[in-house]
Design a protein around this ligand. Structure first.
Ligand SMILES: [Zn+2]
Length: 319
């Protein structure tokens, strides 16, 4: 335990160093490179904001988590780079969830790798015809991968951002890879809540913030952060949900809600100004499906109760 605490402090220092280091590299030029995060964990750095690929290096093989086709640090480049740097193959490709921006092009590793995802991710991938590797192995709640003496724990805490988002944990190095559920400290992590389950997202952010043996959190689109990022994003989602819902209960239209829910107290959050509008619209949509307003059948009130134009007066029911 004592050793764990000592290494936690060291890991934070390392995380801080690499965060600054990679951020400055991002700004300098967009040519792709692999940046070391811990002894055996690396992430790709290329176009700012592009999806991270994370690579776990062991003596017996490599594991690649996620890939994007938006930027030069794509899986084709990554495959060539890994072939140049290591004499062991990519044994596992792990898909964080089904969104194409996170898994694009990963079929280039099919010649040596087993592809792993949540069971529901495979369904989406096949249905939508995603440009990626179709998973060979799927799981529901938790899975372990043992590779070169290291153990990767894969978690699924239910429907959060998509119904198939997972996190990947390497406890011995204090690393949690958590795409699309955190962006950094004081940051909005998502442009919208389109296929999200808002209540379980809030719950899971608390669970991830309390996970043991996590010194460094690697998000899906930015450099390393800490578990504080989960708590900061949770504060924002809770406030947004409560404010949008309160306006809806008062009878406000979506246009009025966009105007009134300013989120000014979160003005310093990264991405807030860019994503506030789409966050509100998709939160409104979530809450619309989550609650039933009081019934008022007086003439002229149908449209206020049913803003999508529910044709309540046109049923033609028998007397
Ligand atoms: Zn996503």
């Amino acid at each position: 335990m004592k050793q764990r605490r000592v290494s936690s402090g060291l890991m934070l220092l390392i995380a801080a160093f690499f965060f600054q280091h990679s951020a400055s590299q991002d700004a300098a030029d967009g040519s792709p490179r692999l940046v070391r995060i811990t002894d055996s964990v690396f992430r790709t750095v290329h176009r700012p904001g592009a999806t991270n690929s994370v690579v776990i290096v062991t003596d017996e093989g490599l594991a690649v988590i996620d890939g994007t086709c938006r930027g030069e640090g794509n899986p084709e480049w990554l495959k060539a780079e890994l072939g140049r740097l290591y004499d062991v193959p990519v044994k596992y490709v792990i898909l964080s969830h089904d969104h194409e921006d996170h898994i694009c092009g990963l079929q280039v590793f099919d010649d040596t790798a087993v592809t792993v995802s949540h069971a529901s991710a495979r369904e989406h991938i096949v249905r939508e015809g995603r440009n990626t590797s179709i998973p060979d192995v799927v799981f529901e709640e938790q899975m372990e991968i043992h590779l070169g003496g290291k153990t990767l724990f894969l978690y699924h805490f239910g429907h959060t951002h998509s119904n198939n988002l997972i996190q990947i944990h390497l406890p011995e190095e204090g690393v949690l890879i958590a795409p699309d559920i955190v962006w950094g400290e004081r940051a909005v992590a998502l442009p919208d809540f389109r296929d999200a389950h808002v209540e379980n997202l809030i719950e899971t952010l608390g669970v991830l913030a309390r996970l043991d043996n996590v010194d460094i959190v690697i998000p899906g689109h930015a450099g390393p952060t800490t578990q504080q990022g989960f708590l900061d994003f949770r504060d924002y989602v809770v406030a947004l949900r409560d404010r949008v819902l309160n306006e809806m209960v008062q009878g406000a239209s979506i246009e009025q809600i966009i105007e009134r829910v300013t989120m000014d107290d979160f003005a310093d959050y990264l991405n807030m100004a860019t994503w506030r509008r789409t966050n509100i619209i998709s939160m409104w949509d979530n809450m619309y499906r989550w609650r039933e307003p009081n019934y008022d059948d007086s003439p002229g009130n149908y449209q206020s109760l049913y803003p999508i134009g529910y044709p309540i007066g046109e049923f033609g029911l028998p007397e």
